[in-house]
Ligand binder design. Structure first.
Ligand code: GLN
Length: 303
């Protein structure tokens, strides 16, 4: 069997799931499973698919048809400008979260700063920020030890170091010095001192009603602790609004991902708690996606 025959076969199997979009997904399945580039799939007539390869691609296709996300099957997801490891301990990175990363990069100065990433999960936010801004230092926390193992792997493989090349480091198994990983609930294991220039978080924000409506590929495979935001989905925003000022320098900022329908409720929580400069940024789909706020008027213009 040639690669293009296999591609046609997998496209047919995936058609009930993807309809008109079966082709790019078949390319992803076959290409990733057999380490063949998209161009090779169509042009390299010398590739012959053996029985083992066929069995492997069919098994992956069947798992995916039952709902398992391809990112978990392949242990890999794309986010921002790089590739990350993922497993069932962490949410699969969403393009929505790129809006959060962009908001921080566009608003914060490129000078030495300390930030906290609450609920770091796979570590993608801290990793991308530290990679783009080597002068920044982060404390990345998560309540899930399984998630932190994934974050550690991603931070190490991103080659993010304390300003040096990774190869220079003696011990490549310990995380680089500019991101400290801490296993705790919110910031409970971090000294409540005004030490951070800003805090970033993509907290769980799915309400109880929305949790019941999630599709199988999310509800059946992704970690619920990373999704469930309490009855109205706002529990973690209330906690962050209530405690973040203890950790932020005066005029320090928060950058929070929100659900598409939380563009009024989350700013309302921060406004009630006396935060300044509250603003909402939309994602590429035009949905409200990021709330920023400053702990005091002093630096509310993020200058
Ligand atoms: N964006 C995710 C979803 O819609 C939820 C992420 C979160 O709760 N932080 O499934």
């Amino acid at each position: 069997m040639t690669a293009s025959e296999l591609l046609r076969n997998i496209r047919t199997q995936l058609a009930p799931l993807y309809g008109d979009f079966a082709q790019p997904n078949a390319e992803a399945v076959v290409g990733t499973a057999l380490s063949i580039t998209r161009v090779q799939l169509y042009t390299d007539t010398s590739i012959i698919i053996g029985d083992d390869d066929l069995a492997r691609v069919n098994a992956i296709t069947q798992r995916h048809l039952k709902g398992e996300p391809l990112q978990y099957i392949f242990g890999m997801a794309y986010f921002y400008d790089r590739e990350f490891f993922v497993d069932a301990n962490v949410l699969i990175p969403r393009p929505d979260t790129e809006t959060l990363v962009e908001a921080v990069i566009n608003s914060e100065k490129d000078c030495p700063a300390r930030f906290a990433d609450i609920g770091t999960g796979s570590g993608i936010i801290a990793a991308v920020l530290a990679a783009h801004r080597p002068k920044w230092r982060a404390v990345a926390v998560d309540i899930s030890y399984g998630a932190l193992r994934v974050a550690k792997k991603n931070i190490l493989s991103s080659g993010i170091t304390n300003g040096r090349e990774r190869m220079d480091r003696q011990d490549s198994s310990s995380p680089p010095k500019n991101i400290h990983l801490v296993c705790c609930d919110m910031l409970t294991a971090v000294r409540p001192e005004k030490q951070f220039d800003f805090i970033v978080s993509n907290p769980p924000y799915i309400s109880s009603t929305q949790m019941k409506a999630l599709g199988n590929s999310v509800a059946g495979y992704e970690p619920h602790t990373a999704l469930r935001g309490g009855n109205d989905g706002l529990d973690y925003y209330r906690m962050i609004s209530g405690c973040a000022k203890m950790y932020l320098k005066d005029g320090g900022r928060v950058y929070l991902e929100i659900g598409y329908d939380q563009g009024e409720s989350v700013p309302g929580i921060f406004s009630d708690d006396g935060w300044a400069g509250i603003a909402v940024t939309k994602d590429l789909a035009g949905n409200n996606r990021v709330v920023t706020a400053s702990s005091s008027q002093k630096l509310a213009d993020f200058s």
